[in-house]
Each structure stands twice: as structure tokens, then as C-alpha cells.
Design a protein. Structure first.
Length: 366
């Protein structure tokens, strides 16, 4: 029978490709004669570029110098795809993993480098730019990106603002650049949070990026001001309550406001790029996975998305995960967790657990 292996990364231990390779070895151990199709997945966050580059023949990887979240010059990559689209991964520029813990300061971090990547892709005449969000160190609502795209963020006295989230609280008006980016943009978001409020970018994600309790009101005020002024001065809004507006520290909002981007689920966007739909045709079983299967998984994370796609084609679906929370296995025919040794023996355990799934997933008689 045909089986599709479509895992996400196991954060801190295995990339999506490494997890898929281990799954393939495990499945073959139990069912050597099955047709195995390996399709590693991502959700737009860190690692998406590598997943797509490995899956799509004819990709060209471009490396440019941009600003990281602290404003330092770094090398970042983006992809041009054979169909004319471009893929930008925000974490390549302003990723949290680029910064040492001591350098993480959400009040000063900037998404300026994302704007530089967008300009590079647009300058290469991309017909559409897909921007993967997730894993950012920023909470600036895309204000830094806007500056890199030529927008003027002005105080009441007419002076321009510096990059950095806290300065957004001083914005009095926004002036668009003489020429727009000129390329349709799709923001691939891995969460559905709005920009503001108890479920917004600050309350939900800023503490993970180094913000302390005293920083949160400052950041919320800054994003509120940015939203108020952008929705007053720019056409097409409002955007603050869009599902995913709060992704990547409000970069979902910023892309919608400053580039006219549409917001799409990250897993679905990546699936379209890597050809998951075609891979699933004729599959009898599908195996996905990630580091943790929990309450957030159902909110558009890769395993939930892959499981839904598998059910749509009538395939049985299983998952190999690092940790399994109570009730999170709903929607899967079988789940295997790595257990307490998952961080130190991940590759071996993924193989073993996949072999166990190979005995549980096949339909009767197959």
C-alpha cells in the first residue's frame, strides 16, 4: 500500500527532513514492500525555507545582507520558485534563534530585515511573495518592515521614528512610499491570534521573546497606536482583528496593512508549495508528527492540518510525537509518543515508534 510520511520538525532535536527519514526507516522495518512517499512539512516558521527547497525541484536560493532583530547586519536567504513565486521566511531576518538570550529585547527589536527581504524578492520580479511567519524576536507590528519598504512613520512634530517596537507609541501619521511593493503578498501564519488584547501578540507571545511584566503595557500601547494610525491613514483596513494579525509579534498585521497581504494558514500554504495534496492521492495511511501534540495542535498546526487532509482522501492517519497531552490524540487513528528519552534518543525512538504505527495503521487485510 501507499503511505505518506509528512512530519513537522521536533524542535530542538530533529528537523522535519530528519524526522521523515527516521520514519521511513521505521516503516520499512515493519513493512518493506509498501510504497513510501516522504513529504516533510512546515508551518511558515523557522525551517520552512529548507523544507520547501528540498521538496521543490528548480528552487534558487538567494542570500542577501539584512538587519537582524537587533539591527545588526546578517546574511539571510529567500527562495525563488520555478512557478515565479518567491518564499521569504521572516525568521531568516528577525528570528529569535539569531539572538543570544542576553540580546533579546522586544521593546527595541525590529522587523526591518523582513522588509529588506521583501524588496529583494520584488526586485527579482517575483509574481507573488509568500512570507512565512513564526519564530520571530519582534513585537513591532511590522513597523520596522514598513520603514524598509519606504513608509514614513512620523511624530506629531514631523520627525521620523527610529525602528523598534516601543517607538511605535509615538506615531502620529504614516506616509506611504512613492511606489508600492508592486507584488501580491501572502502571509503564511501559524497562529490565529489577533493583534491586540488578551489573545494578542503582546499577551500571548512577548514573554517568550524576553519581555517582562513591565514591558507588556508599553508594547500593547505601541501596537494599539500603530493600529489606530495605520487604519486611519492607509486604505483597506481594519486589520487588527484578522485571524493571524498577531503572528510574529504583529507582523501579520503589518503585512496586511503595509503590503496588502492576505493571511493564510501556514501549514496550508506550505502544503501547497511542497505538493502535499498530490502526494496524498492514493494513500492508504499517513504519518505526521512534531515535538508536542497538545491543545494548540488543533489550532492549525501541521499535524492537525495533515490529519485533516489524510481524512479527506480516506486514509488512516497516525502521529509520532515527542509528548502527548491528554485528549490531543482526537482525530488520529493511532499516536505513538517518544517518552522521557525523546530528547536524547529522538532518531532511534522515531524509527521504533513508526515501526509500531506500521503495525497499527494499515486497513484490515492490507
Amino acid at each position: 500500500m501507499k503511505v505518506v510520511l509528512a512530519p513537522y520538525k521536533f524542535a530542538g532535536t530533529l528537523s522535519a527532513a530528519e524526522a521523515a527519514e527516521a520514519m521511513a526507516r521505521g516503516w520499512r522495518r515493519a513493512r518493506a514492500n509498501d510504497e513510501i512517499v516522504v513529504t516533510p512539512m512546515a508551518d511558515g516558521g523557522e525551517g520552512t525555507l529548507g523544507v520547501v527547497q528540498a521538496a521543490v525541484v528548480g528552487c534558487v536560493r538567494h542570500v542577501v545582507e539584512v538587519a537582524d532583530a537587533s539591527g545588526r547586519a546578517v546574511s539571510a536567504a529567500w527562495l525563488s520558485l520555478p512557478d515565479g513565486r518567491a518564499l521569504v521566511e521572516a525568521a531568516q531576518a528577525c528570528g529569535l534563534s539569531r539572538l543570544d538570550p542576553a540580546d533579546r529585547n522586544p521593546r527595541l527589536s525590529t522587523s526591518y530585515g523582513v522588509g529588506q527581504l521583501l524588496r529583494a524578492a520584488a526586485g527579482d520580479r517575483a509574481r507573488e511573495i509568500v512570507v512565512g511567519l513564526g519564530g520571530s524576536a519582534t513585537v513591532d507590528g511590522g513597523a520596522g518592515m514598513a520603514l524598509a519598504l519606504g513608509y514614513r512613520l512620523l511624530r506629531a512634530d514631523g520627525n521620523g521614528l527610529k525602528v523598534g517596537a516601543q517607538f511605535a507609541a509615538e506615531i502620529d501619521r504614516i506616509e506611504p512610499p512613492p511606489a508600492a511593493l508592486g507584488v501580491p503578498v501572502v502571509a503564511a501564519v501559524d497562529v490565529s491570534n489577533p493583534l491586540l488584547g488578551d489573545l494578542g501578540a503582546v499577551a500571548t507571545f512577548a514573554p517568550q521573546k524576553g519581555a517582562g511584566p513591565h514591558d507588556l503595557p508599553v508594547l500593547e500601547s505601541a501596537l494599539t497606536t500603530l493600529a489606530d494610525v495605520a487604519e486611519r491613514d492607509l486604505p483597506g483596513g481594519p486589520w487588527r482583528d484578522l485571524p493571524g494579525a498577531g503572528a510574529a509579534g504583529g507582523l501579520g498585521f503589518g503585512l496586511a496593512a503595509f503590503t496588502g497581504a492576505s493571511l493564510a494558514g501556514g501549514a496550508a500554504a506550505v502544503a501547497g508549495l511542497v505538493g502535499l495534496g498530490a502526494a496524498l492521492r492514493g494513500a492508504a495511511a499517513v504519518v505526521t508528527g512534531e515535538g508536542s501534540l497538545d491543545a494548540q495542535t488543533a489550532q492549525g498546526k501541521v499535524p492537525a492540518y495533515v490529519a485533516a487532509c489524510a481524512r479527506a482522501v480516506g486514509a488512516r492517519v497516525g502521529a509520532v510525537v515527542g509528548r502527548l497531552s491528554d485528549g490531543a490524540d482526537a482525530g488520529f487513528d493511532a499516536v505513538e509518543a517518544l517518552g522521557r528519552d525523546g530528547l536524547v534518543r529522538a532518531t532511534q525512538l522515531v524509527e521504533e515508534r513508526t515501526a509500531a504505527l506500521a503495525a497499527r495503521l494499515p486497513p484490515d487485510g492490507s
